[in-house]
Design a binder for this molecule. Sequence first.
Ligand code: UD1
Length: 334
Amino acid sequence: MEILVTGGLGFIGSHTVVELIENGHNVIIIDNLSNSKIEVLGKIELITGTKPKFYQMDLLNFETLQKVFKENKIDGVIHFAGLKAVAESIQIPLKYYENNIIGTINLLKCMQDNDIKNFVFSSSACVYGFPNKNPIDEDSPSNCATNPYGRTKCFIEEILKDCYMANPTFNFTILRYFNPIGAHKSGLIGEDPNGIPNNLMPYILRVAEGKSDKLHIFGNDYDTQDGTCIRDFIHVVDLAKGHVKALEHINNSGLNIYNLGTGKGTSVLELVNSFNSVNGNLVNYDFVERRPGDVPVNFAKTDKAKNELGFETKLNIEDMCKDSWHFSQTKNKL
Ligand code: UD1
């Protein structure tokens, strides 16, 4: 299939592009490079032997987007492009609402105008907010995000439901990611945020690289086995494969929602200990105050993706830690 991937040079987008190419799809990438680097395009070519067609552009630019749809015969769209820094979204909510929501509406309008039915949306487990049970299944309340970034995901899910009600010939697959970490085994692509990182693994890597003294672990007084929060960390390559599975099942599928996680909870401290045991003791840490808004425990029920898409993760926490560190070292050598 000919697949348009928005945000295709970003962390999850680039890994998904690699998997799509390796599964025989033709990929067209749109990316505005706001949180990614043009070099990633060459890295994708190094890994796959194929350089995807690339448009540096913003989804807010509707006229240019229309041209992309006119110039290509697109069979489906995977939509990653969006702003994703939680703290920033609290400071500048309108930018988040404008960028994430208008960008998605522009895409949907182009799809409608060009009679393109297949759409895979990059959502997040943050739509569950503070879940009342774990593992979390897809029927858990899902309009519960605790910050503007998360609410853009909730609102877009609602927009997709409305569009589907209006036109049930659309195929919309909503994928709710848990916590993606890791990197491609080549070490060529991985998570490389512009500016100060927001999430746990990029902070761990900063400490391992010697750029920060210590990792601050936010809270060791939660009601968990070691007092730190529990998350469902998923290897980004497994996550990327989940998108290929979603596309393989998208024809005539209607609107579907799937969790993409491993189904296994790992505490923040367990992740740091695994990182140290796999890579050498590189990360010192101390415990500090809880971070406001953090969900204590969050892991996925994965049966639906397994039963309906045939999706199962293969890589474990050690692989995630090893591959993240390998990417970090390779990046600093290049
Ligand atoms: C966060 C967002 C979520 C978003 C996701 C994207 C919140 C409330 N949620 O999820 O909406 O979809 O990122 O990946 O912000 N931690 C430390 N020290 C650090 C950094 C993190 O202890 O320096 C801890 C956090 O307290 C948390 C865990 O590590 O318990 C994971 O944090 P993070 O990687 O930011 O992801 P989430 O909070 O799960």
